[in-house]
Design a protein around this ligand. Structure first.
Ligand code: ACM
Length: 385
């Protein structure tokens, strides 16, 4: 199909190229670009190419808000793909409401939010925290030391993890927050406390550049991941690539997708990403959601008027896509996504061994209405952990 004949369907993209969360957001941007290239190579949206209008919000909530408004008000964009930190998504929400625009958000988050103007394609707490709490308390014990970056996701995620651990008869031995710009010595001081308090495991909600500092300080202190690992929802292949794989070995992450997932669909997708963007690139759960959400959007756009937000709001709920993690589905009621929970243990090459996974996708329950560990009771144990 000749894409030059149709006016482009312009879509906004806000992922940071600079600032503390640039590494993971860069991977979300590349995944978005890969999906757009695939869509345009197969005819675009009824002959019209998808065209990304992109800005660098520098990991800053204020810049996210300003740029989102400029995309919608000045560039006439109706749909934005973007945001990593929950503080940046929350900064964009009022812009979406005011201008009747849409955001597709590809990052795991703390749940307890619904906007008619947002589709959430990363994991909700019942698709990652519940499974992680169950795995960690079963495998290591129930005394948890919490360390996080100081903004909304870590505070809320720790509240949820505290409840889940308490339900299992456990306790929180500490809950500490560091600024996003914390330095290596700040993390060394935290690890010193960990060494003194000897929890059963550490729950890290540190994001961005601080992640490498935490894992390095842990290794320098001579602590043993086989006995007292760091468990996280945000330490992905991208953060491990930045820190050096040797510092992450043996630590655990709960996510619906890992690059090492051994399925034909994932192998194909990773190969085409590396062929296009370089062999040194790694994929991760945020990359995968950023990738499949563009395909979900394009499918919805092909079925309706791509420039009509109300039509897209009708077309997206209930839609499905064969993603690298397996089939995913946008929930009709809460705009979150049906995903398949997994637990990965980091290994020497910077990839994860997937040691447990759910038997099937898990319905998103962002408000944890069924506040139990049931979603994980049908797990498959892939290896004794
Ligand atoms: C996050 O802030 N949702 C990782």
């Amino acid at each position: 199909m000749n894409l030059r004949t149709g006016a482009p369907v312009r879509v906004g993209m806000l992922f940071s190229e600079t600032g503390v969360t640039a590494a993971i957001e860069r991977s979300e941007r590349l995944a978005t670009q890969l999906a757009v290239e695939e869509i345009n190579a197969s005819g675009g949206i009824g002959g019209r190419p998808l065209e990304l209008v992109s800005h660098d919000p520098q990991s800053s909530p204020a810049a996210y808000r300003t740029l989102a408004e400029s995309l919608v008000a000045d560039d006439g964009v109706k749909v934005i793909l973007g945001c990593y930190m929950s503080s940046t998504r929350k900064a964009v929400l009022p812009v979406l409401e005011r201008w009747n625009a849409l955001l597709l958000y590809p990052t795991l988050y703390e749940g307890f939010e619904y906007s008619r103007h947002v589709f959430y394609t990363g994991a909700a707490p019942n698709q990652n925290s519940v499974q992680l709490a169950e795995h960690m308390t079963r495998s290591f014990g129930s005394r948890v030391f919490m360390v996080g970056s100081d903004y909304v996701y870590p505070h809320e995620s720790n509240r949820i993890m505290s409840d889940l651990v308490f339900e299992r008869g456990g306790e929180k031995v500490a809950e500490i927050y560091l600024p996003l710009e914390a330095k290596p010595e700040d993390f060394r001081a935290i690890v010193k406390r960990i060494k003194t308090q000897q929890p059963d495991f550490i729950f890290s909600t540190v994001v961005g550049e601080g992640t490498a500092m935490l894992y390095r300080a842990y290794a320098e202190a001579g602590l043993d991941p086989a006995r007292m690992p760091i468990a996280s929802l945000t330490t992905t292949e991208a953060e491990i690539n930045s820190m050096g794989a040797q510092f992450a070995v043996g630590h655990l992450t709960s996510a619906p997708y890992f690059q090492s997932l051994d399925t034909p669909a994932n192998r194909r997708c990773v190969a085409s990403f590396k062929a296009r963007y370089g062999d040194d690139k790694v994929t991760n759960q945020c990359w995968e959601a950023a990738y499949f959400q563009v395909h979900l959007l394009a499918d919805a756009m092909r079925r309706t008027d791509p420039d009509d937000v109300e039509a897209l709001l009708r077309a997206l709920p209930g839609s499905e896509f064969g993603a690298p993690q397996g089939r995913v589905r946008v929930d009709e009621h809460n705009h979150h996504t049906w995903l398949k929970p997994r637990i990965g243990r980091a290994r020497e090459d910077g990839q994860f061994d997937i040691i447990e996974e759910a038997r099937s996708w898990v319905r998103p329950d962002p408000y944890l209405v069924s506040h139990t560990l049931e979603d994980w009771s049908v797990r498959v144990k892939l290896e004794s952990a």
